[in-house]
Design a protein around this ligand. Structure first.
Ligand SMILES: NC(=O)c1ccc[n+]([C@@H]2O[C@H](COP(=O)([O-])OP(=O)(O)OC[C@H]3O[C@@H](n4cnc5c(N)ncnc54)[C@H](OP(=O)(O)O)[C@@H]3O)[C@@H](O)[C@H]2O)c1
Length: 323
């Protein structure tokens, strides 16, 4: 396994993070507790030390499964990230958003489910238009001072919002966001316009979500609906992966995979891992074999001309992943 320090922090993470959104229930493609535990254990065998969950994944079940699976291991060896923002209880308006009340309550609930005293990275899941950013940042600064979180990070938003958050924390002397978990893959590159250059300038750790374009970067077009998730993931219809040059990109990934004797998923991941602003993609899989393929992709070399060939058909897309 290869490790990297996350942005300007001194914390080391494996170059592949394991996404835990598929652990729990509520969707046909999710793994139950036993299957999830097997995947987490294999990830640790492979040297993965970086796990990304959220309070909202299966309404807390994902955190509970992850916490139980990690309990048998040395906690100090693992980097655990979770998130706050999405509403957890439709009858409680303070169960969502980024107010001080929500952040403090939801972090306690996450720690309880994880069975931990501290999370390594506490991320805000989206921008909260109803809470002033300085309230959110002060609350996050306090959770770090209290030892409940080691670093704070955030996820998809507009670059101007991220710039405002960084400037506010610097002006007020508060803990600043150390990471950006954004939507970035070979089929969706809008983040290259503003967000990724900003992250580079500010030394932010970049940990893309849906690095395989939710499966679109792993199978030929005619096979996209060959899996349960491919048939039922409602976000696949909302994200315009196959508009613009997406179909051609899919074909070129197939071509390069055949040429190099690797899988499409490995080409898609290698493309991302060759982008200097990426620290560690957060891979989602429900299969031990696919997890092993992801780890092997770290060693796959792509030449500058391979990279250019994969990128050439891309056309700008409408923004997908945040509002
Ligand atoms: N911050 C946010 O707002 C946000 C949003 C979405 C996701 N996330 C995070 O990002 C993680 C990953 O997201 P994701 O699951 O949407 O995206 P993904 O990693 O782009 O795609 C997952 C899909 O790719 C397939 N796949 C993976 N490896 C494969 C391989 N080697 N061969 C064939 N198919 C393969 C998986 O199928 P199999 O299960 O069959 O392997 C699954 O259908 C989540 O778990 C979560 O932690 C965060």
């Amino acid at each position: 396994m290869e490790y990297t320090t996350l942005g300007s922090t001194g914390m080391s993470v494996s170059r592949i993070g394991l996404g835990c959104m598929s652990f729990g229930s509520g969707r046909d493609w999710m793994l139950d507790r036993e299957e999830s535990t097997e995947l987490i254990e294999r990830a640790i065998d492979l040297g993965i030390n970086f796990f990304d969950t959220a309070n909202v994944y299966s309404t807390g079940e994902s955190e509970a499964i992850l916490g139980d699976a990690l309990a048998g291991y040395d906690r100090d060896s693992q980097v655990v990230a979770t998130k706050v923002y999405a509403e957890m209880d439709p009858d409680n308006p303070n169960s969502g958003g980024l107010s001080r009340k929500t952040i403090e309550q939801e972090l306690e609930a996450s720690l309880e489910r994880l069975g931990m005293d501290t999370v390594d990275l506490y991320q805000t899941h989206r921008w909260d238009y109803d809470t002033p950013i300085d309230e959110t940042l002060r609350a996050l600064d306090d959770v770090v001072r209290r030892g409940k979180a080691r670093y704070v990070g955030t996820s998809s938003m507009w670059a101007h919002q991220f710039a405002e958050a960084l400037r506010t924390s610097d002006d007020l002397g508060l803990e600043r966001f150390a990471t950006m978990q954004n939507h970035y893959n070979a089929f969706y590159r809008e983040e290259e316009r503003e967000m990724l250059p900003l992250c580079e300038k500010e030394e932010i750790g970049v940990i893309p979500w849906s690095p395989l374009a939710r499966g679109v970067g792993t199978r030929p077009l005619e096979a996209l609906e060959s899996t349960t998730r491919g048939q039922t993931d409602e976000y696949l219809e909302q994200i315009p992966y196959l508009q613009g040059g997406g179909e051609e990109i899919n074909e070129r990934i197939q071509e390069l995979a055949a040429e190099k004797g690797v899988t499409m998923a490995q080409i898609s991941l290698a493309w991302l891992l060759h982008k200097e602003w990426v620290d560690a993609p957060i891979v989602g899989t429900t299969s031990v074999e696919h997890l092993e393929e992801a780890v092997e992709a770290i060693e796959l070399e792509l030449s500058a001309s391979d990279m250019a060939y994969l990128e050439e058909p891309y056309e700008p897309l409408r923004i997908a992943g945040h509002e």
